[in-house]
Design a binder for this molecule. Structure first.
Ligand SMILES: NC(=O)c1ccc[n+]([C@@H]2O[C@H](COP(=O)([O-])OP(=O)(O)OC[C@H]3O[C@@H](n4cnc5c(N)ncnc54)[C@H](O)[C@@H]3O)[C@@H](O)[C@H]2O)c1
Length: 372
């Protein structure tokens, strides 16, 4: 198969769809890979590395889109990219179509087959192509939180790990799923006192088993959260109710009881955030202060560590990209129910039920659409 990797054009997006290592793997399997010039540069990956891996370099996006049967990207295609898609072409990337009617309509019109990373499933019921980014954001949260606690950044001047004779900071994590667990790992490693709050007793059990007595676990109730936020130097929001907006667990009343100069890192901001006072920010202006509390609410945290994120994403996407290339769209999707769950749009039909419901559009099952 001829596979194309365009340079990402979304603002401040430095990740790239395929690493040179992934390219080498696909070339080894008999496929051709066309990479846009400088596509990997934001992740520290040079054109020379891609050429050494067996890729051809294309001068611009027009050549990549026109000469590829499958496009592998990171972020959803922007209007200029959507206009380049054609019937029969495979698009494999994050799409997030439910809140985006314009993109959905453009992809329907394109006639392309669009497989979204975020709806590919796994045997255990997880979302394997979302997990690596939650791991990155979770691990990044204590790091950015520690920085925000510094005086210069508006924080209360507390060192996360303390020093002998001076207590460590109190880190409270709301949500003990993927990102919450990874946040706890790093916060503990930095020497902080860590408490994780979750509403799922199984999640609390798993955390207690994993961390032993190193991490305190608390069952999520309004009263428990109201009590614990008062003690927090760093509060990390990492809750998720799949498919829904994040619950507002920290109200403005609770915010007013937090210590001046304490910090909120609301990882769940991409789902609206779990604090009433959270609003989306960007890497260019990541923080603001409300009620004396520093808020960090960047919606694409993994972009800050593009190189790590690119490799983490490729580890998860490569097996699926290879299956699509080896077996073709229909072969790969019919052989793997979990990859089939990723098909959002095919030849003008919406094949992902929640996307169809979100926009009041007709839905056709992936099986039926592929059989046409
Ligand atoms: N900002 C970013 O750049 C970025 C990057 C990656 C992921 N995320 C977001 O981080 C959030 C968490 O993702 P995840 O993969 O860790 O999810 P997850 O499903 O693995 O974990 C979420 C946890 O929240 C818990 N929860 C739900 N409601 C709760 C409540 N009322 N009280 C306490 N706990 C509650 C669940 O029981 C679960 O354990 C998501 O919104 C995800 O989209 C953001």
């Amino acid at each position: 198969m001829r596979i194309g990797v365009p340079k990402e054009i979304k603002n401040h997006e430095y990740r790239v769809g395929l690493t040179p290592q992934s390219v080498a793997e696909l070339v080894h399997h008999g496929h051709e890979v066309l990479v846009e010039r400088d596509a990997g540069i934001g992740s520290g990956l040079t054109d020379q590395e891609y050429v050494a891996a067996g890729a051809k370099i294309a001068d611009g996006p027009a050549t990549v889109f026109a000469n590829s049967e499958m496009i592998v990207k990171v972020k959803e295609p922007l209007p200029a990219e959507r206009a380049r898609l054609r019937p029969g072409q495979i698009l494999f990337t994050y799409l997030h179509l439910a809140p985006d009617a314009t993109q959905t309509q453009d992809l329907i019109k394109s006639g392309a087959s669009c497989v979204a990373y975020e709806t590919v499933t796994s045997e255990s019921g997880g979302l394997p192509l979302l997990t690596p980014m939650s791991e990155v954001a979770g691990r990044l949260a204590p790091q950015v939180g520690a920085h925000c606690l510094e005086k210069e950044a508006g924080g209360r001047g507390v060192l996360l790990g303390g020093v002998p004779g001076v207590p460590a900071a109190e880190v409270v994590i709301l949500g003990g799923g993927v990102s919450g667990t990874h946040a706890a790992t790093i916060a503990l490693g930095m020497g902080a006192n860590v408490t994780v709050v979750d509403r799922n007793p199984e999640a609390l059990r798993r955390l207690a088993f994993h961390f032993g007595t190193g991490v305190r676990t608390i069952f999520s109730t309004r009263a428990a959260i109201a009590e614990i936020v008062k003690r927090a130097d760093l509060l990390i929001g990492a809750v998720l109710v799949p498919g829904a907006a994040a619950p507002k667990l920290v109200t403005r009343d609770m915010l007013s009881t937090m210590k001046p100069g304490s910090v909120i890192v609301d990882v769940a901001i991409d789902q609206g955030g779990c604090c009433e006072s959270s609003r989306p920010t960007t890497h260019s202006e990541p923080t603001y202060v409300e009620g004396g509390v520093v808020h960090y609410c960047v919606t694409n945290m993994p972009g800050a560590v593009a190189r790590t994120s690119t490799f983490a994403l490729n580890n998860a996407t490569l097996p699926f990209a290879r299956a699509l290339a080896d077996m073709g769209l229909k072969g790969a999707l019919m052989a793997d129910k979990h990859l089939r769950d990723g098909l959002n749009i095919h030849a003008g039909h919406v094949t992902c039920k929640p996307v169809a419901e979100a926009h009041g559009l007709p839905w056709l099952s992936a099986e039926a659409a592929l059989a046409r």
